[in-house]
Design a protein around this ligand. Sequence first.
Ligand code: SIN
Length: 505
Amino acid sequence: MKTTDVLIIGTGLAGTYVALNLPSNMEITMLCHHSTNSTLAQGGIAISLDQKDSFEAHIEDTLTAGRHTNNLEAVKTLIESAPDQIHTLKELGVEFDQDAQQNIHATLEGGHSYPRVIHAGGDQTGQSVMSLLDQKIQSAKNIRILSGASLLELVVDDQQAIGIVYEKNGIIQVLYAKHIVMATGGLGDLYEHTTNQEGSTGEAIAIAAFAGVKCQDMRYIQFHPTAYKNKDKGYFLITEAIRGVGAYLLDAHKKRFMEPLHPLKELAPRDIVSKAIYDVIESTQEPFVYLDTRHIQTAYLKERFPNIYKTLEKDNLILGVDLIPVTPVAHYTIGGICTDLMGRTNLNNLYACGEVASTGVHGANRLASNSLLECLVFGKNVAEHIVSNHEHTSLPSYSMNPPNHWKYTKTTASQNYLIHKAYIQEIMTKHVGIVRYDNQLKLAKSKLIRLLHQLKKVRFEHVDHAKSYNLVSISLMVVEDALAHESLGCHYKEKKSEKKGLKSC
Ligand code: SIN
């Protein structure tokens, strides 16, 4: 029987930060399923450092972006704990970019009333932070990485999470742990177009829900306004920070369109900019709008945004010279597993932090660059709670019997999962996007329920089926939540029921 003190599911910033904040005498296992989105984060980390800025202003901006539906205590915790976490990152060796006076340089992003987004490596904040923290994880003797493993089930005994069932190399296995931390990120890859890594399908949320864990706000999927379609790959994020240094958005007639829509123009909160782009695309029938940096010097843009510059250059687009075609794509999951401010869920010894968790900190729409901060602040809190509880936690050895409903035997790899995933992505993209219609949501629901029923009978017989079942379940959670609630942020629910010209898939 395999056991560990702390099992962390996910190796992004939230999970990594929990691991690094735990003492070295604890045995930690980190389960890794897909590449983390944290490395893709460009813009940076929001923190009010300047004398002219304040916690209050950052709190107010977060609440405004979130339509004042945020959990205020969570917002205060996030923002007031930021300096300590940035201090820790610096001590660990993260080098934030500096201005000419050698102060940490902060920039503007959408919805912020003051330039307070700090960054590293220009536009490679996530990569810079994660590569350093990864090294620390690799060299820690008490941390073991279980890679290429798929989470299948939470094992629960008497309201306590005690382990997981997972698949690795075609073998179903069980791992028991005194503390389990969900840090698996979001579900952008349930959409055809996303900034997320492949495999970011959010099924850990469904798996938690199957075990009776409370989840909330699943309807709030945030769309990033400016993604560029790589010629040979998927969508590539173009950070809001580029609009923060003055880039404009132009329609197909090369006219700015944000000016009459919001006082912050191109730097309005993200959902407002995404909806404006959606409307322009609908009305012009061009598949994108343009990011215009032609009034900004190429040399400056190349130095400030080296990764974006390099990526666009490969497609013969030069920042400062060419217009960049951009479009909104699925980016961030605001809802998820309900937790308190220490990351605790309603199941004992099960924690969640980072994008997979829902503390209510973002309300109905996340403020730009509050997400890496969320991983740090709530990841640290989870670690603290585990430490304070460790002595009193034990595994109930009498009930550590692996679930016996898995009938799985190893067979040749099947394509079923990929077919199901593509079908789900098509449904989510067509019916559950930025603008949602009641009848389209109902159509999505009936299609997903049909697939769910097919898979229910076979879900324990093949890992592919179990994975498909989890994907349909998480998609249904999004759709049902969207049907049941009004829209306050992130997406727009149209009153009229039909969208003209929408083909059924
Ligand atoms: C960006 O840099 O525009 C994305 C950062 C975020 O999602 O907050």
